[in-house]
Design a protein around this ligand. Structure first.
Ligand SMILES: *[C@@H]1O[C@H](CO)[C@@H](O)[C@H](O)[C@H]1NC(C)=O
Ligand SMILES: *[C@@H]1O[C@H](CO)[C@@H](O)[C@H](O)[C@H]1NC(C)=O
Ligand SMILES: *[C@@H]1O[C@H](CO)[C@@H](O)[C@H](O)[C@H]1NC(C)=O
Ligand SMILES: *[C@@H]1O[C@H](CO)[C@@H](O)[C@H](O)[C@H]1NC(C)=O
Ligand SMILES: *[C@@H]1O[C@H](CO)[C@@H](O)[C@H](O)[C@H]1NC(C)=O
Length: 434
């Protein structure tokens, strides 16, 4: 691991610094953020003034239809004994609700108790002094989200392989889930093997595995393992997923995501056919266009390979970034630095959540034969400007120095989330649907 990190050190001088305020869908250069063993994710936040919440046209109709049934649902019995009584996955719109502060509910783990957390997200270890961010509970408006039950979750996974596939945000969700269950498993009954692209946690007495597979674009790119620090150098094989997908065969529960790597703000260099045909044969496409093509490639693979009677398919919707404090009217703020409270404005939607990408995922999934269950975390997480690692993270394998911490404009990570923290709630949602 250490060697890998050293090899991937990009030249310091390439770190961009300037923040240029631009209007209406122009791009704002934000900087380069370190993605642990994955190198640098060059990221640009967009300021797109047209991103006001749109009226929930067909959405609201569906909700009305479901109001009457949700009362009945509260009376459902807990037949499985997994603490999920009262939760009906078909009628609950989990993403509509609010964060409620509740200091009496302790997280199931800490970054010192759980041995599987990356330093990148171990905020307390990295010096984060405030603690409120760990005590917010998500409460949907019209249903009760079951509490996460470690044993209940392990029972659901008995005899199964669960695999998270995607980027470092997905890795965070994977680590969160493992940490939420691992203290219920005796030391000699669990194991962890970390690999460059495939990592496996095993719960032996349950014959269950919880795995992670690194594929930040889902489709193949020249920047999957040997990260190209400059987004300009990245080329995607938008019609090719097999190199990664062969590792997904035989898994019982697959959970995908892909978002933030598409948001470098430049055109996506999209190649059809193999790299051997010449790396110059690419087309430059807007991110949502390239994303749609890639996701269709992924969907075709799923529909032609996955037996829905054997395998369940989930997709975690995009994880918002909080790069622009003006989004939440903090004009003097520096990204998410020093934020210790969620946004309280109902339906808050920042510029770090690209609706076009949300829409692509929904429309591609609608046309698939294999049903996709969404872990719809975007709105939930949009409120949580306080949940990011900020300066309590690492860069190139080292915890930020005090000097670096004092330079949040350059170093605050407002993409990744502290653990324990917001991804625990994603897994609470996931558990409700499991
Ligand atoms: C906080 O959590 C406890 C334990 O689950 C619960 O009894 C209590 O009602 C919660 N308080 C609020 C304000 O939700
Ligand atoms: C353990 O789980 C795997 C699938 O992950 C399955 O193929 C195997 O039969 C299981 N073994 C036992 C003893 O249940
Ligand atoms: C899945 O199971 C159903 C009912 O048992 C069956 O009708 C269907 O053909 C199966 N689908 C596949 C792809 O095997
Ligand atoms: C961050 O918060 C600390 C403590 O509340 C305060 O002293 C400091 O001035 C804040 N820094 C910025 C840049 O807002
Ligand atoms: C996810 O939640 C958003 C609201 O944040 C909603 O508009 C969208 O329809 C949901 N997507 C799915 C697939 O449920």
């Amino acid at each position: 691991m250490k060697m890998l990190l050293d090899k991937m050190k990009p030249p310091r001088s390439k770190l961009p610094l300037s923040i240029v305020a631009v209007v209406v869908c122009a791009f704002t250069f934000i900087g380069a953020l370190y993605i642990e063993d994955a190198g640098y994710l060059n990221f640009k936040a967009k300021s797109c003034s047209k991103q006001e919440p749109t009226p929930h046209s067909h959405e609201s109709k569906r909700v009305e239809q479901n109001v009457s049934s949700s009362v009945e649902d509260d009376l459902l019995e807990d037949v499985d004994g997994d603490g999920k009584e009262g939760f009906d996955p078909d009628s609950c719109r989990v993403y509509r609700g609010k964060w409620v502060f509740n200091a009496s509910v302790e997280p199931l783990y800490s970054d010192t108790s759980c041995p599987y957390l990356d330093r990148q997200v171990s905020c307390v270890k990295n010096g984060r002094p405030d603690s409120d961010y760990r005590y917010w509970e998500w409460q949907p408006d019209n249903c009760i989200l079951p509490r996460f039950d470690p044993i209940g979750a392990l029972e659901k996974l008995r005899g199964k392989r669960l695999m998270f596939v995607g980027d470092s945000l997905q890795r965070g969700q994977w680590e969160s889930l493992i940490c939420m269950v691992e203290s219920s498993i005796p030391a000699d009954q669990k194991s962890m093997r970390r690999g460059r692209s495939h990592s496996v946690f095993k719960a032996k007495e349950y014959n269950a595995s919880i795995e992670f597979y690194w594929a930040p674009f889902l489709v193949e790119s020249n920047s999957d393992l040997h990260i190209k620090p400059d987004p300009n150098d990245r080329i995607l094989r938008v019609d090719s997923v097999f190199k990664h997908a062969k590792y997904w065969v035989g898994v019982d529960i697959l959970v995908f995501n892909s978002y933030v790597w598409w948001m470098s703000g430049l055109k996506i260099k999209s190649l059809w056919g193999s790299f051997a045909n010449g790396e110059d044969g690419y087309e430059e496409l807007d991110a949502p266009v390239a994303y749609r093509i890639a996701l269709k490639t992924w969907a075709n693979w799923v529909d032609s390979t996955i037996d829905p009677n054997k395998t369940r398919l989930f997709f975690t919707t995009l994880s918002p970034t909080h790069m622009r404090s003006v989004d939440w009217h903090n004009k003097k703020g520096i990204r998410c630095y020093n934020e210790t409270q969620p946004v309280m404005e109902k339906n808050f939607w920042g510029t770090g959540s690209d609706r076009r990408i949300m829409d692509v995922v929904t429309s591609v999934a609608e046309r698939m034969k294999v049903p996709v269950s969404f872990i719809n975390i975007t709105q939930i997480s949009n409120y949580r400007k306080d949940g990011h690692a900020s300066v309590y993270t690492e860069t190139q394998g080292e915890v930020l120095t005090d000097e670096q911490k004092a330079d949040p404009l350059r170093y605050a990570d407002c993409i990744h989330w502290c653990l324990p923290g917001v991804p625990d709630t994603w897994n609470r949602v996931f558990y409700a649907y499991l």
